[in-house]
Structures are given as structure tokens and as C-alpha cells.
Design a protein around this ligand. Sequence first.
Ligand code: PEP
Length: 249
Amino acid sequence: MRIPIIAGNWKMHKTVEETKNFWDTVKNWQKPSGVEAVICAPFTALPALADAARNSEIGVGAQNVHWEREGAFTGEISPVMLKQLGVGYCIIGHSERRAYFAETDEAVNKKAKALFDVDIVPIVCVGEQLEERENDETKKVVKRQVTQALDGLRSRDVKRLVVAYEPVWAIGTGKTATAEDANDVIAYIRKVIADLYDQQVANEVRIQYGGSVKPDNVERFMAQPDIDGALVGGASLDPASFRALVEGG
Ligand code: PEP
């Protein structure tokens, strides 16, 4: 039985003060049981968010990490640094990082391994560009991304990770895949994982859909058998909307 996970990706939004205001609005909310809720905040907001959320039912995630523990990597943040703040999740391979910061499948793989070394759960983003979808290459692309991201990972780690299937053309555009199309690709990703590991591992991995998910469409995706939650950008910024997303998950 996979527990669905709704993760907000704040991207480069919210100062420390705005983060505290968000928290004040959600802190007395009773999260429904049977669904996990996570907020992935920018680095500067993580200390305030992690402190506030410490004994709560809301998990805290980062949006990027370097794979080394420490060293001459100006501007980077290591897995240990995140761990010491109380971070439990970290998005890796987001399409914006792949497009604007040249994040490769190889880097995603190194980051996944480094995160597991400190017991942080990676949220591995995969997904095709519009042109790739139009050329009928969606499955080829996600197979390559998943296979390379998981290369060398132990099955006990793979069972714990989260994959986010995010068609790039659906991110921040207001366009979504149909729930059936998203489920079809996600079921395929599960098959790729079954072929790489075994069916039991594949049955345990949680695979989210992401791309213009909102409170008024989240339930449509959640009703699909292979979709285990959502990674949500824009609609996670407003506390009422975030709560509604989790309640719909
Ligand atoms: C995202 O940032 O991962 C995302 C899916 O964004 P949005 O929900 O705004 O499309």
C-alpha cells in the first residue's frame, strides 16, 4: 500500500518572513491521515521552515543539493548541511535545473546516492519536452532518465525514493496531461523499475504526477491507480491552496 505524497515546490519564492506567514496559516490545520505532505523551500527559507515544522506532520524538502560532503564548490550546499537542518526530502533533476543549470542524468544519479548516504529521500523528476512528446519519444526519454538516475542504487533505497513524472510542457503553463495519459507514463516508469529491480520494488516506489496541478484537478490524478501524489509548483504557494491539494490527495 503506497501512501500518496503531495509535495509543494516553492521554486525561487518566499522570503523568511513570507515562510513564517505561510506556516502561521497552516500550523493548526489537521492534515488528513493517509497522505504525506511536504514543502520544498528555497535554501534561505529552510532553517525557519524546518524549525517550525519539526514536530509537525508536514515534511520539509530542499530543491537541489551537491553530491559532495564538503569542498571547494562555491555556492553549493551539501547533503550533510541539509540533514543538519532537519530536511527529509530533496528534489533532484527538476526540468528547470536540467534546462537552465545543465543538470545531467549523471549528476542526478550522484545526487540521489549522496542523499541516501545521509538518509534524505530524493524526489527524482523526469519528463519529456513538448517536441519529444510530439515525436512519440516520451517513454524513451523517461526510461533513459529513470535508468540513469537509479544506476547503482540499492533496492532498499529505490523502494523509498519518490519519482515525479513531470511533462516539461505542463510545468507552469496551465496545461496538464490527461489523468489517463499521466497514469500510462507512470505505469510505464513502474515497469522500467520492475525490469531494473523486481516487481516488489516497483510496487513500493511512489510516483507522482506534476505539471499545473491545482486543487480543482488534483483528485482526477489521484483517482488513477499508478499515481501516488503530486509535485506542485504555483498552486503550493498559497496556504489555503496547499491545504486543499493535500486534502484532495
Ligand atoms: C513544478 O515546479 O514541479 C511544477 C509542477 O510546477 P507547476 O505546478 O506550477 O506546473
